[in-house]
Design a protein around this ligand. Sequence first.
Ligand code: 3PG
Length: 218
Amino acid sequence: MTDATGSTFASLAARQRVVPVLTIGDADILPGLIGALRDGGVTCIEITLRTPTAIDHLRRIVGEHPDLCVGAGTVLDARQWDAAERAGAHFMVSPCATPGLFARARESALPWLPGVQTASEVAVALEHGYRLLKFFPAEAAGGVRTLVSLAPVFREARFCPTGGVDASNVADYLELASVSWVAGSWLTPPALVAAGAWPAISERVRAVVTCAPDSMSR
Ligand code: 3PG
């Protein structure tokens, strides 16, 4: 994916409906991990801001892989937004949607995926003009059943379920018309990453990331 503008999310949903979420501590794994994901067909990733070095990793990945769409995840406040934007993030993802984040997002040209879990949170996000929403933590919040209940009420909302999505339920989420894409960490298990099992990770991601809606095995 080359565009990092407002069309990023639309492009993403059309081309890659499963986005790997990476929480990276050790810089040494970066070349192997990003190489494995790319070999597996990944064009978009999300780097969570959950480690002290996350911003540095994000900056490095953006610099070394200009054709990769790189989002910043776990963006909790304006300060983190600023740092991620300066590092070159192409989009922002938050597990929540606070007044401070709505205000910061309004000032930025970058696309933002606000986090919601309840009907009221969906309504507030829609009031602010956001119809594409991160549903988090998806499984703990009722998973597919909750989305099936929310969809007819909030017909314009589209969701990106994250949190507890894995190989056992990813197809169920992608089958929903209200789901644009899913994201999660299950494609890069810590044990495989620690072992440097890059071909195994490529294989895992290849099996799902390039699935178009029609070709996803159900
Ligand atoms: C996120 O940051 O988006 C989620 O915590 C990822 O959830 P997972 O680790 O359950 O996939």
